[in-house]
Design a protein around this ligand. Structure first.
Ligand code: CO
Ligand code: CO
Length: 320
């Protein structure tokens, strides 16, 4: 949307200019609405799980702003002449389960006829105007924490070829259908200087957006980034996704790898995520306790993956 005129309304606290996760509009000094929409094609055949994943994915952008989802609308593209109505019922049932788990309600929706099913939600959330988590507040000295492992993109693609074990696929499905609610609630107990969720642009892309919006540089420890079981193996075997190359090119001029990785290994950082984890920038003091608290709350993969340093000449993003 670059090139469109900027919105001048002072109550628009977060617009589209910083590539943040959702729009935030202040209604009063106490309350702002978080508004976002997202829909996806099915990552797996099971319609119920498709609904769960699509809903967790759409709700994720509200958590990434520090908000609480309150009301959702279904966004449906469905080939009603090709697929039975029960398939759509299952998709919506899966989504409703996640909406309910989020403490929100389904208020309606809209559907159109389409050759390929697509499903998602428009979500309205609420947040205190002074407690909005932007992607632009990362401070030098902060610790970067990622709350879910990466690798769902390549696993879903490899699964179409039957390359992924049932066990690795099931573990991946569990992770992507988990709401970021629990992680957001633990993190909200302390300072969050910047937050986003890792989705289609991969870890590198979303980290880059945070760095650029914060006018800071990010250093990511290659070995500290949690990766889903089987994902690196898929890249080593030559599997990829339709987004990897684009994601790599989007950050190439602003990214440096300080040690030479095999090209297949580098790909994991461009792997597009569906319903990925939160990437947060938190003060170093208390970071260890916050990560312990995430683990205690069942967010077992949460890990410190790097740090924020002051803006300097050269690339925004370094993989060490
Ligand atoms: Co997002
Ligand atoms: Co989004």
């Amino acid at each position: 949307m670059a090139g469109l005129p900027q919105n001048q309304d002072p109550n628009l606290l977060v617009g589209f200019d910083t590539s943040d996760d959702a729009g935030v509009y202040r209604l009063t000094d106490e309350i702002a609405v978080v508004t976002t929409a997202d829909f996806i094609t099915p990552p797996v055949d099971d319609p119920y799980r498709f609904g769960e994943i699509a809903a967790a994915n759409a709700l994720g952008d509200v958590y990434a702003m520090g908000g609480r989802p309150v009301a959702c609308l279904n966004l449906v593209c469905f080939p009603s002449r090709k697929l039975p109505a029960e398939v759509l019922q299952q998709i919506v049932a899966g989504a409703l389960g996640k909406i309910t788990e989020a403490g929100a309600v389904l208020a309606g929706g809209h559907s159109v006829e389409d050759d390929e099913p697509k499903f998602g939600l428009a979500v309205t959330g609420v947040v205190h105007p002074k407690r909005v988590w932007r992607n632009s507040g990362a401070q030098p000295g902060d610790v970067l924490v990622l709350t879910k492992p990466i690798g769902s993109g390549v696993l879903f693609n490899a699964n179409l070829k039957g390359w992924v074990s049932d066990r690795d696929l099931e573990a991946c499905l569990q992770i992507v259908s988990t709401l970021n609610r629990g992680a957001a609630e633990v993190l909200a107990a302390d300072t969050v200087n910047a937050a986003t969720d890792v989705t289609g642009f991969g870890l590198a892309g979303h980290a880059f957006e945070m760095a650029k919006a914060s006018r800071a540089c990010l250093e990511i420890d290659i070995g500290a980034v949690p990766v889903m079981n089987g994902a690196l193996k898929m890249y080593r075997k030559g599997m990829s996704t339709g987004s990897n190359d684009l994601n790599r090119r989007l950050v190439a001029a602003d990214t440096v790898f300080s040690r030479k990785l095999p090209p297949w290994h580098e790909q994991i950082f461009y792997d597009p995520q569906t319903s990925g984890g939160l990437l947060v920038s938190i003060p170093e003091a208390g970071a260890r306790e916050r990560i312990d608290a995430l683990h205690a709350a069942g967010i077992v993969h949460a890990a410190p993956i790097g740090r924020v340093i002051g803006r300097r000449e050269g690339p925004y993003l370094s993989f060490l």
